[in-house]
Design a protein around this ligand. Sequence first.
Ligand code: ADP
Ligand code: GLC
Length: 482
Amino acid sequence: MEKILFAASEATPFIKTGGLADVVGSLPKCFDKEKYDVRVIIPKYLCIPQTKLENISFLTNFYVKLSWRSQYAGIFVTEVDGVTVYLVDNEYYFAGPRPYGNIYEDIEKFAFFSKAVLTALPAIDFRPDIIHCHDWQTGVIPVLLKESFRSNSFYQGIKSVMTIHNLKFQGRWELQKIKDVLGLPDYYFTSDKLEFYGDGDFLKGGIVFADAITTVSKTYAEEIKTLEYGEGLHDLLKSRSSSLRGIVNGIDYEEFNPLSDPYIYKQFDARSFRKEKPKNKRALQEEFGLERDDKAFLIGIVSRLTDQKGLDLIDQVMDDLCGMHVQIIVLGTGEEWYENMFRHYEWKYHGKVSANIYYSEEVSHKIYAGADAFLMPSLFEPCGLSQLISFRYGTLPIVRETGGLKDTVEPYNEFESTGTGFSFRNYNAGEMLNIVRYAMGVFENNKREWNKMIDRAMAADFSWKKSAISYEEMYDWMINKK
Ligand code: ADP
Ligand code: GLC
């Protein structure tokens, strides 16, 4: 039995701010249970709803040394869909209304978490063959594994994987502070290790010291080796390219299943969407203040409202879009500027635009089910899950050809009648507008072709099946390599 521990800062069903939580919450249960014992460890934030913690039990506690202080860590355990999940408790670090806050606090918070993860292993009696780390919050685990914990024979031979879900966030802060909280010697703070232009950098540590590096699509694995997408680490990633691979994300086909989804107005599948999906559209229009209009081209957006997601392109052409027979429904939170931008357009185009500036699983499912198209014009996109969820609900994605969007959305070809969505290449509002117009043309004038595209989108398989096997192959290779 190969033993794997996923260490991450969020996971469904406990806590989610974006796709990372979906991945950490759904991938572990998709491994072959005969061969892999995959467990998960996350922080026990005080903002995790109490209802999600009903079945957890206390396991053990210990102290973690951070700089000159010793900090309490409790370990709770539970099981979700057959997967063991550990939660690290510390009410000082994991307080607050959200998992993340100011970077200078987060640095210490996740240094604590990373040390607690490693310290916990003997206490919970689980010695993983591989610790699979996700994003900067766990980036120093591979470093600590090779340094502070190496002298203890328990840890010798444990390998690590660093998965990059988003290179934009690296956990950078004052070098001295990082040195203090990690308690690492100067040796680790040179430009070929954790130092980055005078600061310390958690993710860089992970990339340098992990035994293998992955990211969440093949295209993003290539992009991050370029100046344009490399966020300052492209040379390092190039130098580690023999250990770097792109494995595309999947989604949980049980959670996102239009045939059994309790949140949507009317369940449907690939056979019944022609009749039932329009009922979801009507109910969505009614509930969210849009004009009741079967013929309007209803575009959905469910997104963190940040620069990454290409929302400035939407801003530039919103008046053109609203001059067309289009409706737009947005669900998202994030930067205030974008939140207010959508609120403004709802006011300006009442009945055509619906801005829902909050977080809600339920509303997101209603949008995936009721919209005709899903717009995702990202500036960069490591993988993207929203377009995959859209496929599942027969909603055709309109995306920019970058990262995982490029790898998962096959552009419509009207001559060969192929494709599962629409895409444009350059980060340019005019190009985006043209492709939306083109998609709308197919929707309005060629319903047969549109529905055939839905057939293909709903038949596409983006469950975890294939990608879980790619991870298994990587684990096998790492463990068997001496
Ligand atoms: P990212 O991780 O960059 O935010 P992804 O497309 O990988 O982008 O994943 C985003 C996930 O978060 C999807 O499951 C999406 O439905 C969900 N999501 C984003 N914003 C909201 C929101 N306001 N309410 C509910 N779900 C949301
Ligand atoms: C990040 C990326 C997104 C990806 C998700 C899960 O949040 O922005 O593209 O799908 O992680 O890997």
